[in-house]
Design a protein around this ligand. Structure first.
Ligand code: 13P
Length: 247
């Protein structure tokens, strides 16, 4: 069975001093036999994090990348640049980028494709808003979002990570119930299986107010292969506790 993957998404948080304290706390408490662990940090801190985590069991991740390879795209960061800092994972299509930066399904799919081309594993986020859930459209929305990525990436799809993040559960303290989460994960798994015979190796993470108290129950579900953790990844004891429940 594949090891679970617990990825922290720091979002726009951190400072040189705070990052160092957090990573030192994590490294001191991390059991090497633990599940796979990654930290997706603001790009300006990649060099610092690469140095702090060198030789450790924690993989480095970014939070976004450009769909373009290089050129006149002010403010953007390319897959090649991420490669230079040893980045293994890159979040694409986080709901905050879909919402505040108007990222479409097609753009997210192009970003996933670009990440794969650079040997970086995209963590593709999908998830419905509260209005969509209440309208009974959860499955339709997540399947549409994932279908765009499958369509653009063909047989490479088994190289991605998927994160189901119900928008209404992000940063709200409201977690999807284990039944709600497992139900959507099963739908995503079936969609991936229809697209790739190797879909079983794909990690499908849950994200949305995952914390030390609810992680074990969520991670015990058959199709929940890990977590994408926001707020709770900023405190070493909380993040270590989530990691410990993922064994
Ligand atoms: P929270 O864990 O803070 O709800 O954030 C989840 C998330 O958006 C991770 O990408």
């Amino acid at each position: 069975m594949k090891k679970k993957l617990i990825a922290g998404n720091w979002k726009m948080n951190g400072s040189l001093a705070a990052n160092e304290a957090l990573v030192k706390g994590l490294l001191a408490g991390l059991d090497r036999s633990a599940c796979q662990v990654a930290l997706c940090v603001p790009s300006v801190y990649l060099a610092q994090m690469q140095a702090l985590m060198a030789g450790s069991a924690i993989d480095l991740g970014a939070q976004d990348l450009s769909q373009h390879a290089a050129g006149a795209f002010t403010g953007e960061i390319s897959g090649a640049m991420l490669n230079e800092f040893g980045v293994r994972y890159c979040i694409v299509g986080h709901s905050e980028r879909r919402q505040y930066h108007f990222e479409s399904d097609a753009l997210v799919a192009a970003k996933a494709q670009r990440a794969l081309a650079f040997g970086i594993t995209p963590i593709v986020c999908v998830g419905e808003t509260l209005a969509e859930r209440e309208a009974g459209k959860t499955e339709e929305v997540v399947k549409r979002q994932l279908a765009a990525v499958i369509h653009a990436n063909g047989h490479c799809i088994s190289e991605i990570v998927v994160a189901y993040e119900p928008v209404w559960a992000i940063g709200t303290g409201k977690t999807a119930s284990t039944e709600q989460a497992q139900q959507v994960h099963a739908v995503l798994r079936a969609q991936l299986k229809a697209a790739s015979p190797q879909a079983d190796r794909i990690h499908i993470l849950y994200g949305g107010s995952m914390n030390a108290a609810n992680a074990a129950e969520l991670l015990a579900q058959p199709d929940i292969d890990g977590g994408l953790v926001g707020g709770a990844s900023l405190k070493a004891p909380d993040f270590l506790s989530i990691i410990a429940s993922a064994l």
